[in-house]
Design a protein around this ligand. Structure first.
Ligand SMILES: C[S@@+](CC[C@H](N)C(=O)[O-])C[C@H]1O[C@@H](n2cnc3c(N)ncnc32)[C@H](O)[C@@H]1O
Length: 402
């Protein structure tokens, strides 16, 4: 046996291992999905990716013959970060970098769940927003046929590289460098629209470019951790109706314009800022800030925060959990410092609104509704208004504007 064929066998074994581990993780893979993941390699799309070490990221290149450790990471059911603050792992120096991840290859289990919900068959016309590494586009080519796939990313570095890598595997979908918020008007209409970056609301262009009866699978997320995946069907009247997948997902945001990822507010090192200094109000809350780390609640909380609110949190040296909510539109600010032992928090607010109050109310409401799960909510979307609704078993209905 030659060295190369031994390596090929190891790669194939790793790919089989990935499909098995996705199934062990509770995902029921359709035969089409398993076939696609077994036949599309991941390693050509992520020859170098970043390893996270605390708040630093170090590039890790796969040199031939691949080491067991590198191959295991490529075929783990994990996302692989490929870009930090716009610096591709392949362009980074050998040392670690800090910053915000701006592109990654999504965890395969999540990709499989989304692709399965997208229900792609041979000949289905698909638009993907967020080409990234190109691995998901390759899976779409396998499922739909390369001639029917269009994928766009805002980064030319990413689209040029992905196009080359897809071509090397004999796949030639339409790969465009554009603001995905505009879709791909020259290739429309599409039977399917899938985004691999998150939005607060589904952009109007995606509706317009989705054919009636077509499906959209779109990560929806605000400032909080627990984003959700919306699954929508376009209706003949131009609106779309659907639900949320069970799987939580925290995709990086769709960035429009030249800006980089939104910067969360700074949390001062000393949590105890004197009240007079910041013109703030201090009060006690029965609710700990860490409640927002609970992804089952944070989906519900997200419905109660304005679109412009950002959140950051950190663990103090003594383990104290500190959450900050900040709305740059009116400079309202809430710092929620959890009590070191037991529930509750000290809340310091400034500006014209108490940003913690809607979260407290939302939490009480959520408990009163018996902690409804994201997949029990429906989404009604029109280009001008998008609402999330929940109907309780007793028939009462609630509705929130996105
Ligand atoms: C999670 S990654 C995509 C993963 C990709 N599908 C893959 O298989 O590797 C999210 C991508 O969204 C892209 N993105 C962010 N804002 C965008 C925009 N306005 N238009 C198009 N792409 C955007 C980022 O550049 C990034 O590559």
């Amino acid at each position: 046996m030659t060295g190369l064929s031994a390596e090929r066998q190891r790669v194939l074994a790793a790919r089989v291992g990935l499909v098995r581990s996705m199934e062990r993780g509770g995902l029921v893979l359709s035969a089409r999905m398993a076939e696609a993941f077994l036949n599309v390699p991941r390693e050509p799309f992520v020859p170098v990716f970043y390893r996270r070490e605390g708040d630093r990221f170090s590039p890790w290149a796969g040199t031939r013959p691949y080491t067991e450790a590198w191959l295991a990471q490529v075929y783990a059911d994990d996302s692989l970060i490929t870009e930090v603050d716009g610096v591709h792992a392949e362009d980074a120096g050998p040392g670690p970098v800090t910053g915000v991840p701006t592109s990654s290859s999504t965890a395969p289990g999540l990709m499989a769940d989304m692709l399965d919900a997208l229900d792609v068959r041979q000949g289905t016309r698909v638009l993907e927003i967020g080409t990234g590494s190109g691995y998901n586009a390759a899976l779409l080519c396998r499922l739909a046929g390369q001639a029917h796939v269009t994928t766009v990313d805002r980064s030319k570095r990413l689209t040029d590289t992905a196009r080359d890598r897809l071509e090397a595997l004999g796949m030639a979908p339409t790969v465009g460098c554009a603001d995905g918020a505009e879709g791909a008007p020259e290739e429309a209409p599409f039977d399917r629209v899938v985004a691999t970056c998150s939005v607060r609301r589904v952009p109007a262009a995606w509706f317009d470019q989705c054919a009636p009866g077509g499906l959209m699978v779109v990560p929806v997320k605000g400032a909080l951790a627990g984003g959700a995946i919306a699954w929508l069907q376009k209706r003949a009247d131009g609106t779309a109706v659907g639900r949320f997948l069970h799987t939580p997902a925290a995709f990086m945001p769709l960035l429009t314009g030249p800006q980089s990822a939104p910067t969360p507010p700074e949390i001062p090192e000393t949590p105890e800022v004197p009240e007079a200094e910041v013109g703030s109000v201090r009060r006690v809350s029965e609710l700990s800030g860490s409640v927002l780390d609970d992804w089952t609640f944070s989906f519900f909380a997200y419905l109660h925060l304005s679109a412009s609110t950002v959140r950051s949190f950190r663990q103090g040296p003594d383990g104290t959990h500190v959450t900050v909510l900040f709305d740059p539109l009116d400079n309202s600010y809430a710092r929620v410092t959890d009590h070191p032992s037991g529930p509750g928090a000290t809340v310091l607010t400034s500006g014209c609104r108490d940003l913690w109050e809607p979260i407290e109310k939302a939490h009480a409401h959520w408990l009163g509704l018996h902690r409804p799960r994201r997949e029990w909510f429906t989404l009604h979307a029109a280009p001008d208004r998008q609402t999330v609704a929940y109907t309780a078993p007793d028939g009462r209905e609630w509705r929130w504007d996105l």
